[in-house]
Design a protein around this ligand. Structure first.
Ligand SMILES: NC(=O)c1ccc[n+]([C@@H]2O[C@H](COP(=O)([O-])OP(=O)(O)OC[C@H]3O[C@@H](n4cnc5c(N)ncnc54)[C@H](OP(=O)(O)O)[C@@H]3O)[C@@H](O)[C@H]2O)c1
Length: 254
């Protein structure tokens, strides 16, 4: 049995769902690498919180839109890991980083659409591509999608469609990496109370009530509802789950 401490990398680990996932993953006994885009202060707090759990953690700046920076990022992570573990490899990659776009089809600009594609699809695709040579066999990829890839709410055409693309991409990852026993799965959260989209699920009372009213469990989601699901997929207990979409939405639009 492989008793080595496993390592997970979580993009967008400074806040919201990524932060919660990183901490829950550390609670499962893994060491964690997180990335942030601009919020170093929040990222450093997450690192401290993980270290307080007795696990190793480090934060790197990464803009997942900036594909050209990925080679240097992967090299920096690899140098760090080689120095500290003797191997450049990670075990789990959680593609979580992202921003919201709410805009009706009639108003979406090309720039907005490109932005969503770059962050939520191209970034996920190429970051994964760059890490494939540096993932241990038997590890896993967790891509964060959204309930909006299953049901349509006005204003989320671009975001929901691109997340649906990530869900299909995940099946291809599962298929192509299966020979190395690397799993790939999707966690699709419902509307969760984070800073996402200006914090509207959390801070807009009407929005929060609307979400609660269409959710079987009767409330909007919290980061704590999601991180444990992601963390589970980064454990041996989840080793036979592959190419799947797990929606964690409390039962939205059932
Ligand atoms: N909250 C929801 O209702 C919900 C529902 C379904 C799916 N999701 C998905 O869940 C994921 C996380 O969302 P969240 O709610 O946790 O959002 P959040 O609270 O706004 O946090 C976003 C995280 O992503 C990072 N980030 C933003 N843009 C980035 C970029 N261009 N490159 C790299 N990192 C970037 C941020 O870094 P900084 O802290 O440095 O800014 C932060 O760590 C996203 O993929 C989102 O689409 C969210």
């Amino acid at each position: 049995m492989d008793t080595r401490t496993k390592i997970a990398l979580v993009t967008g680990g400074s806040r919201g769902l990524g932060r919660n996932s990183a901490i829950k993953i550390a609670e499962k006994g893994l060491d964690v690498i997180i990335t942030y885009k601009s919020n170093k202060e929040e990222a450093d707090k997450v690192v401290e919180e993980i270290q307080a759990l007795g696990r190793k953690a480090i934060a790197y700046q990464l803009d997942t839109k900036d594909i050209k920076s990925f080679d240097a990022f992967v090299k920096n992570v690899g140098d760090h890991l080689e120095e500290n573990t003797g191997s450049r490899n990670i075990d789990y990659l959680v593609n979580n980083a992202g921003t919201a776009l709410y805009s009706p089809i009639s108003e979406v600009t090309e720039e907005q659409l490109d932005d969503v594609v770059d962050i939520h699809f191209k970034g996920v695709f190429f970051l994964t591509q760059k890490f494939i040579p540096f993932m241990n066999d038997g590890g896993g990829i967790v891509n964060i999608s959204s309930g909006l890839a299953r049901f349509a709410l006005p204003g989320s055409s671009v975001y929901g469609s691109i997340k649906a693309g990530v869900e299909m991409l995940t099946k291809y990852m599962a298929k192509e990496l299966g020979s190395r026993k690397i799993k790939a799965n999707v966690v699709a959260p419902g509307a969760i109370e984070t800073d996402f989209g200006g914090g509207r699920t959390r801070d807009d009372k009407h929005m929060n009530e609307m979400v609660a009213s269409i959710t079987a469990l009767g409330r909007a989601g919290l980061p704590d509802d999601i991180g444990g699901v992601v963390a589970f997929l980064c454990t041996e207990d989840a080793r036979w789950i592959n190419g799947q979409r797990i929606e964690a939405s409390g039962g939205m639009f059932l």
